[in-house]
Design a protein around this ligand. Structure first.
Ligand code: P6P
Length: 340
């Protein structure tokens, strides 16, 4: 590289260009999924700006203002919900959305839309006030009902293996979008001065093992015996305990460095806290595409049968060898229980 080139290093591949190039890999692609991914990127740029201002404006409770749409602005997780729903509605590709912020399915009015979306608009939002990283998590499915009609619950409750794409945005020391369409996982870092996401983490592969375990040990008295034994095993291995209390932040660190995140079922919350459709399934798709594993402790997350829009499920997700070791301890407990 001569001195001239050094003066102006290439800025890298933008998310838009990457999406278009990947679309070329699918000769029959008609561009709707590409447009949908761009809609997510647009909304995340807007949400990123509002999160970054959160130290300057009151985000607890209602602002008491009304925005140009006449919507009463409330705390950021509701604002993020509004932003993503509006972007998906205006983009035209999505007929129906399920969101952590809405009990019922959201019909966008795009009855010709081929896709449905499951989204957690702003996970970990309780961390905003203390400046801890938070995130958006999303899943994209092709609708199974005929176009020209509103989306149905059947469209929204497909097993995770039917996802056509999944991703997350982490609003942290830098803002990144990480997603898969089933051909590997790629990460894009946001450059606010240019308003663009640039490819920064091509073809992410998660380490087969690691030395970090993430679980809220404050609830360990309610853990099953198998879970208690696995956590004891982690300590015997001198693993580091890292639990931020923000799923996307814990997941992202473990994805890049190796590790396991666990939100197990306990005697207090038998199905755990996290939601299958818009937290566990999208992250499970991503981690499998990166060479990792995700289960409920016994069964592959992506094969769990949805029965409710907002159903919860236990999750063990991250480096394959660590998830499999946790499953061994849980299986041993089940064998003991069956023998008794
Ligand atoms: P706990 C945030 O509310 C969240 O959904 C995840 O982001 C996070 O990992 C988890 O809950 C923390 O839950 O029960 O350990 O406080």
């Amino acid at each position: 590289m001569d001195n001239h080139d050094k003066l102006a290093l290439p800025v890298g591949t933008t998310l838009d260009r990457f999406i278009m190039r990947k679309q070329e890999d699918f000769p029959y692609a008609t561009g709707e999924l590409s447009q949908l991914l761009r809609d997510f990127a647009l909304a995340s740029k807007i949400v990123n700006r509002e999160i970054n201002r959160s130290g300057l404006i009151d985000v607890a409770g209602a602002y008491g203002n009304r925005n140009v749409q006449g919507e009463e602005q409330q705390k950021l997780d509701v604002i993020a919900n509004i932003r993503f729903i509006r972007a998906l509605r205006n983009g035209g590709e999505v007929c129906t959305i399920i969101s952590e912020e809405d009990e019922e399915m959201i019909q966008t009015g795009n009855v010709q839309g081929k896709y449905v979306v499951a989204i957690d608009p702003l996970d970990g939002s309780s961390n905003i006030d203390v400046n801890v990283s938070i995130g958006t998590i999303f899943s994209i499915y092709r609708r199974v009902s005929p176009t020209g009609t509103e989306g149905t619950a059947q469209d929204c409750m497909q097993t995770g293996t039917h996802q056509v794409a999944a991703g997350y945005v982490i609003y942290g020391s830098s803002t990144m979008m990480v997603y898969t369409t089933g051909n590997g996982v790629n990460g894009f870092t946001y450059e606010p001065s240019l308003g663009e996401f640039f490819l920064s983490h091509p073809n992410i592969q998660t380490p087969a093992t690691g030395s970090v375990y993430s679980v809220n040990e404050g609830t360990s008295e309610y853990f099953s015996e198998g879970m208690k034994k696995y956590v004891a095993h982690c300590k015997e291995q001198n693993y580091s305990a890292r639990y931020i209390g923000s799923l996307v932040a814990d997941f992202h660190r473990n994805l890049l460095k190796g590790g396991i995140y666990m939100y197990p079922g306990t005697s207090k919350v038998p199905n755990g806290k996290l939601r299958l459709m818009y937290e566990c399934n999208p992250l499970a798709f991503i981690v499998e595409q990166a060479g990792g594993k995700s289960s409920n402790g016994h069964r592959r997350t992506l094969e769990l049968e949805p029965t409710e829009l907002h159903q919860r499920c236990p999750v063990f997700i991250g480096s394959t060898e660590m998830v499999e070791k946790a499953e061994e301890f849980l299986a041993a407990e089940m064998k003991t229980a069956e023998a008794e």
